[in-house]
Structure formats: structure tokens, C-alpha cells
Design a protein around this ligand. Structure first.
Ligand SMILES: Nc1ncnc2c1ncn2[C@@H]1O[C@H](COP(=O)(O)OP(=O)(O)O)[C@@H](O)[C@H]1O
Ligand SMILES: [Mg+2]
Length: 229
């Protein structure tokens, strides 16, 4: 039976893909059959005449996954807007059945699956009569979440808001990862403490700029992954 975790963030461009690559790399270097999945990506770029889901390509390259990145992302759109709008622009609506089916296939190939979200925790995937929000995907895949948050100014507000929204939707937050962390920065150290006190969620790792490894014990990391049925 496969295990999974969902990586969300306090916003877009915060470092979900960067941190996900470090997590998957750590698992794979420990001999674990670890994979990646993303339901919807916008801002994909053409490479040699082919539209490529960049996040999956980056994770595959950094973590040594030998699979076509297209196999690991259900929907990828060229226009860099919220997935619900990109889906309308490209006339390719997001169907939850497709996500379920694709995730099932990924589960057949990998034991530990790190699922990357789109944007932050509030992200519409479809806003017509078949409304679909990111939290619906998290729940239908039976995943708990990790939140990637910046280490610097403003992070207490955005991190606690993200934790509270997830909780309100019945989603369990297993941990927080601070990105761009400077170990000697007084504010970064205090942000870590205040976030833990205010959210009652542990900061399980702090990632420095240009880090090539993630500093977390393998047992602690494995603990974060839950059964995905
Ligand atoms: N710790 C880090 N060190 C150096 N660059 C980083 C780090 N975290 C993120 N980045 C860079 O910041 C940009 C946004 O990060 P990314 O992981 O793509 O964000 P997200 O997936 O949340 O949109 C990328 O260019 C990425 O390489
Ligand atoms: Mg990303």
C-alpha cells in the first residue's frame, strides 16, 4: 500500500517544487521507491515543440526519477494563471475522475508519493457547476499536508492563515517547512518559534538558500507520509 503527503505553501513561488525535489531525493537516496504527482500546473513551457510540465521535470531531474514528467501531471497549461482560468482558456476542464485515475496509476509505481499542490491552499481548479477546489483534491486522495513557508517577514500571518484554512476544511497539517532560512537570523529563529506556538504544528525542517539536501531525520520524514488507501 502506497503512502503520500501533499505539499502546499503560503503562496505561489514559495518553494514547493524546490522543497519537494529535496524530499523525494532524500527518500530515493535512502533506497525508497519514491515518486511525484501534481494534479494541475499552469505556466508550462514549450521545449522542442513539446509542452513540458516544468515542476515535474525539475523534481525528476533532481531526485533521479526516470520517467517522463508528463506521466506525473494530470493537467498542464501554457498560460500562467490560476488553473481554473487556464482550463477555460485552453478548453481543457479538470475532471476529478481523471485525477483519481492518474493518481491510482502513480500509486502502482511508487511506494511514497509526494504530491505538489498548485499555488497556495486556496486554489480553484474549476468554477462551473462541477466546482473543484484544491482542498477537494487533497481530501479525495486521502492526503495530509505539509506547508512550505518563507522564513522571513510576514510569514507568521500567512502560515497561520494557511494552517487555519486547512483545519477548517478538515485537513490535517503534519508539519511546516521554512524555506530560505538563515540559521543566524534572529527574526527567522523567532518566526520558527512563534509559528510552532501559535499553530501547534512542528516546523519539521528549515531549508537554506541553495540547499542541496534537506536536514531532517529519515524516520521523521517517513512519519509524515500517510496511507492513501
Ligand atoms: N531554498 C531555495 N534556494 C534557492 N532557490 C530557491 C529555493 N527555494 C525556491 N527557490 C527558487 O525560487 C523559485 C520558486 O520556487 P518553486 O519551488 O518553483 O516555487 P513553487 O513550486 O511554490 O511555485 C524557483 O526559481 C526556485 O528555484
Ligand atoms: Mg511548483
Amino acid at each position: 500500500m502506497s503512502k503520500g503527503i501533499f505539499i502546499t505553501a503560503t503562496g505561489t513561488d514559495v518553494g514547493k517544487t524546490y522543497v519537494t525535489a529535496l524530499l523525494v531525493k532524500k527518500l530515493r537516496e535512502s533506497g525508497i521507491c519514491a515518486g511525484y504527482y501534481k494534479a494541475a500546473l499552469s505556466g508550462a513551457e514549450y521545449c522542442n515543440g513539446r509542452l513540458v510540465p516544468g515542476d515535474a521535470q525539475y523534481v525528476c531531474r533532481m531526485a533521479g526519477i526516470e520517467e517522463e514528467p508528463e506521466q506525473l501531471v494530470s493537467y498542464f497549461y501554457e498560460t500562467a494563471v490560476s488553473p481554473h482560468l487556464a482550463a477555460v482558456i485552453h478548453k481543457q476542464p479538470i475532471e476529478k475522475e481523471v485525477i483519481l485515475q492518474d493518481f491510482r496509476k502513480v500509486k502502482e509505481r511508487y511506494d511514497y508519493i509526494t504530491v505538489e499542490g498548485s499555488g497556495g491552499i486556496i486554489c480553484p481548479l474549476r468554477m462551473d457547476e462541477k466546482k473543484l477546489m484544491l482542498e477537494d483534491v487533497i481530501k479525495m486522495l486521502y492526503l495530509d499536508v505539509l506547508i512550505v513557508a518563507p522564513a522571513g517577514l510576514g510569514t507568521i500571518n500567512s502560515t497561520i492563515l494557511t494552517v487555519e484554512y486547512a483545519r477548517q476544511k478538515g485537513i490535517e497539517v503534519k508539519g511546516i517547512i521554512l524555506n530560505g532560512y538563515e540559521p543566524d537570523n534572529v527574526m527567522h529563529k523567532d518566526n520558527k518559534n512563534q509559528i510552532e506556538v501559535l499553530s501547534a504544528v512542528p516546523v519539521i525542517a528549515c531549508v537554506e538558500n541553495n540547499a542541496e539536501e534537506i536536514n531532517i531525520a529519515l524516520e521523521c520524514l517517513l512519519d509524515v507520509y500517510g496511507e492513501v488507501s
